[in-house]
Ligand binder design. Structure first.
Ligand code: ARG
Length: 484
């Protein structure tokens, strides 16, 4: 809908200009947040005596009606409007007349969009956090069940030392726990309300910004009106955290893909989480893991795109900032889908434990332990390292493992070897003896697992009632505000 911009303009916007400028195609996602922000604003205006009680009631009822009608699909969002803010205001005026024209008192679309986007991002952040918690639950469950499931640990993708599946998963538990920590930091930094900043310089109306902030579940109001309308740091931080989550998921995906390959055969993906080939009947492809790995790129893209958009912008609002939405929405959707699907895939994956243990037994994963054995017999570590190196070479020539050699053979290389070597370098000993805090030994792992259980039972996600509920008498379907 080409628009005549009030008295300053003598002709309507060119249609192509209007379409290029319009954002409703994507910012209609902010509809509910726009209505919630408007309700809080109207309540505050009335409390400050800027709006009469009658007008406030008409506005809030009108807004609630619009919300209900749109959410129940009785009212379609009018895509010919420029943006979601214009749609809500126009619809309100159409429904309640002059009172609706007073809603925008002391407000600009600049602080309005800053608020809506912050409310939306806050919800998506909490949703991401909940999904990560679900993923951690699955990881921890698998860890608890697999304290004795031996597998090779790798460096340079070469077998290095034996570990357990619990230990391997524990590494990812740490990564995703840090990801949640990042989300929590961002939440606490971003949870301030920009509404009341006006176009850039506040307003002459006696607004109570702290009151609006409280109604909307913020920890307070922002402290500089220029920054309030110009800040997109919180979104950049969130995209950076999402990128890190994807980086972690992508590394994990890569391992699942390897483990699922014919060469490894460590895992069997559930049929529901894998796909077949249209031509090769024997194939069972790890498409979910591959797609998660592949989609990592678009999330990084969203981060780089917003950083680039913001880098040259003078204060305060510039239309460039409308570009903060489409790719961010895509990144948020991508990450929630990826975490949810990955969690489902891990919940149903099966492990070929025998094969994993056998794989841990070859490849000289006990060579370090053999060297440590000699150290315990008084050989300096550097010398022991050299002796075991020669021993490995001897084994490779004969296609044998260290513990397959006879005591005579062992002694021909170093007379310090005794019968007790076999026990000292068995797979079980190699793992169980590694009791350093953070190591794979069962007792060490048990302690860490206990901590993880306690961490997951902490209530990071308690639902809290929005204070605004008292004003809107519970019309809204869901209370999405949570603490983190
Ligand atoms: N659609 C705009 C955005 O997303 C809303 C703010 C418009 N403000 C303005 N001064 N034109 O940024």
């Amino acid at each position: 809908m080409a628009q005549l911009w009030g008295g300053r303009f003598t002709k309507a916007t060119d249609q192509m200009v209007f379409d290029f400028n319009a954002s409703i195609r994507f910012d209609s996602r902010l509809f509910r947040q726009d209505v919630e922000g408007s309700i809080a604003h109207a309540a505050m205006l009335a409390r400050q005596g800027i709006l009469s009680k009658e007008d406030k009631d008409a506005i809030i009822n009108g807004l609630q009606g619009i919300l209900k009608d749109v959410e129940s699909d009785r009212l379609p969002i009018d895509m010919t409007q420029e943006d979601v803010h214009s749609f809500v205001e126009a619809k309100l005026i159409e429904r309640i007349g002059d009172a609706g024209k007073r809603l925008h008192t002391g407000r600009s679309r600049n602080d309005q969009v800053a608020l809506d986007m912050r409310l939306y991002t806050r919800e998506r952040l909490l949703e991401t956090d909940r999904l990560l918690k679900g993923l951690l639950e699955v990881l921890l469950h698998t860890m608890e069940e697999n304290l004795d499931t031996y597998m090779p640990g790798f460096t340079h993708l070469q077998k290095a030392q034996p570990i357990t599946l619990a230990h391997h998963y524990g590494a990812y538990f740490e990564m995703f726990r840090r990801d949640r920590g990042r989300l929590s930091d961002i939440y606490h930094r971003m949870n301030y309300c920009p509404l009341g900043a006006g176009a850039l310089a506040g307003t002459t109306y006696p607004l109570d910004r702290e009151y609006t902030a409280k109604l909307l579940g913020f920890d307070g109001a922002t402290r500089n009106s220029l920054d309030s309308v110009a800040d997109r740091d919180y979104l950049i931080e969130f995209l950076a955290a999402l990128s890190t989550i994807m980086m972690h998921l992508s590394r994990f995906s890569e391992e699942i893909i390897l483990w699922n390959s014919n060469e490894y055969q460590f895992v069997e993906l559930d049929d529901a989480y894998s796909t077949g080939s249209s031509i090769m009947p024997q194939k069972k492809n790890p498409d979910i893991a591959e797609l998660v790995r592949g989609k990592t790129g678009r999330v990084y893209g969203a981060l780089l795109s917003l950083l680039t958009t913001m880098k040259g912008l003078p204060l305060a609002y510039n239309k460039d900032m409308q570009e903060d939405k489409e790719l961010s929405f895509d990144a948020m959707d991508t990450v929630t889908d990826c975490v949810a699907l990955f969690t489902g895939m891990l919940r149903t994956i099966r492990f070929h434990k025998e094969r994993m243990a056998r794989s841990a037994m070859n490849g000289f994963t006990n060579a370090t332990d053999a060297a440590d054995y000699l150290v315990n017999k008084g050989v300096p570590f550097r010398d022991a390292h050299g002796i075991i190196g020669r021993l490995v070479l001897y084994c490779i020539d004969r296609d044998k493992a260290i513990d397959e050699l006879s005591l005579e053979e062992l002694r021909s290389i170093c007379p310090k070897f005794d019968e007790d070597l076999y026990e000292a370098i068995s797979l079980k000993t190699c793992v169980e003896k590694r009791l350093t805090l953070g190591g794979p030994g069962k007792e060490a792992m048990r302690k860490v697992i206990e901590e993880y259980r306690a961490y997951l039972s902490e209530d990071h996600n308690t639902r809290r009632r929005l204070p605004m509920r008292e004003i809107t008498d519970g019309n809204r379907k869901k209370d999405r505000r949570r603490s983190i």
